[in-house]
Design a protein around this ligand. Structure first.
Ligand SMILES: Cc1ncc(COP(=O)(O)O)c(C=O)c1O
Length: 394
């Protein structure tokens, strides 16, 4: 490999959410324990981003900044090259992070008391941003059918038909179950939303992280018929590990919708460095991402065969996209609390507990695979010892 995915940078004391949380939860945690929770990467930043930012700082000031031609070209070029979809410059609404975008857009297209439809288990902030706007969440639970998560379309339609439901926040690819939705599935979701006047707020933050053999279908590629009912959220935050830059682009093809969103938005969105980081990522770092995906895919295969060898009874959802492995530990028969305590205290494994993504996530763990292999292997070995000891004591 040309790029470095083996060096582990310390993130202690620099304000990393997950590393700080780990220390807060257990101040005596050894220095070499790496949390595999929150979705950012334990990889060194792509060299073109590091070098580009250094040069920018050498040459330019950090005054008020807006999107440049180079910025639009980089994003539009990426969407065309990587996803085969044409994005028009006037569709852009930049936001400082997708969670902020979701919160804002839900506020624009709903009234307090409205229902927001989500497919659970799902990224937990979907619920939070709906509730922040005084909306209630209406859940359509994904079905686990023959070892694969699927949308329960009968249930989804029924919920979309409800008078209180005004907006759907959709996750494509889906965090945490790892599905990369097919064109047919996406079309059915888009049709049901359109037919029922449910605005489709589509979060494609994980769309650059697609494992070999799968293809992300952008919602914007399904045709103009859906354009008035759609906003698509994208970001290099996950794929290029730029979460701390909080740079996202929401594409809103409908002018009326766009103006409604812009009217209530702060004038400033990204900052001087995040605009640049987006350019250096999309324009100059594609080869890095390809290697990162290959590395993550190898981590996925490693983790799946580890479980197969030591705990064949454990179900693991096929990680078609994202770098988040969704692992079902329900066969151990622990309560949610016992499982969390065992993993944290005995295995020193700080993962994201499945229950945070919804009731159907109880008993599952979400393991972040974007880390050096030895870090993953060490965590799995600690987990194996703790789970084996637990089984022995039963
Ligand atoms: C589906 C999804 N949307 C949004 C985010 C967060 O996006 P941002 O950091 O741009 O707010 C995440 C982070 O894990 C995510 O998984």
């Amino acid at each position: 490999m040309k790029y470095d995915f083996e060096t582990l940078l310390t993130r202690h004391g620099v304000g990393s959410f997950k590393w700080d949380e780990l220390r807060e939860a257990d101040p005596s945690i050894p220095d070499d324990i790496v949390p595999l929770s929150v979705a950012d990467m334990e990889f060194v930043t792509a060299p073109a981003i590091v070098e580009g930012l250094k040069q920018y700082l050498d040459l330019h000031s950090l005054g008020y900044t807006r999107a440049t031609d180079a910025y639009y070209d980089a994003v539009i070029g990426w969407m065309a090259r990587r996803h085969g979809v044409t994005v028009r410059r006037e569709w852009f609404v930049e936001f400082s992070g997708i969670v902020s975008a979701l919160r804002h857009i839900i506020g624009v297209f709903t009234e307090p008391g409205d229902g927001v439809l989500i497919m659970t288990p799902v990224y937990h902030h979907f619920r939070m941003v709906a509730e922040d706007n005084g909306c209630h969440v209406v859940e359509s639970e994904l079905l686990l059918k023959d070892g694969r998560y699927e949308i329960d379309f009968d249930d989804f339609r029924e919920k979309a038909e409800r008078a209180d439901v005004k907006l759907c926040v959709f996750c494509s690819p889906h965090n945490p179950v790892g599905r990369v939705w097919t064109e047919e599935e996406l079309r059915r979701v888009a049709d049901i939303c359109l037919e029922n006047g449910v605005f489709l707020l589509d979060d494609e933050i994980h769309s650059d992280l697609i494992m070999p053999g799968y293809r992300h279908v952008p919602m914007l590629s399904l045709g103009e018929k859906y354009f008035d009912n759609l906003a698509v959220c994208t970001s290099p935050g996950k794929s290029f590990n730029l979460a701390g830059m909080q740079a996202s682009n929401v594409f809103v093809p409908s002018e009326a919708r766009r103006l409604a969103i812009q009217r209530k938005r702060s004038r400033f969105s990204l900052n001087a460095l995040s605009y640049q980081a987006v350019i250096f990522a999309y324009r100059d770092s594609e080869a890095w991402l390809d290697e990162a995906i290959a590395y993550i895919d190898a981590n996925r295969r490693f983790a799946v065969s580890f479980f197969k060898e030591h705990f064949p009874e454990v179900f693991i959802s096929d990680m078609e996209g994202t770098y988040l492995l969704w692992v079902d530990l329900r066969s151990f028969g622990m309560t949610v609390g016992e499982q969390e305590t065992l993993l944290r205290k005995k295995a020193l494994c700080y993962l994201d507990e499945g229950y945070i993504f919804g009731k159907r996530g109880e008993g599952f763990e979400r393991i972040n695979l974007a880390c050096p292999r030895r870090v993953l292997e060490a965590a799995l070995l600690r987990m194996k010892d703790a789970l084996t000891a637990y089984k022995r004591e039963l």
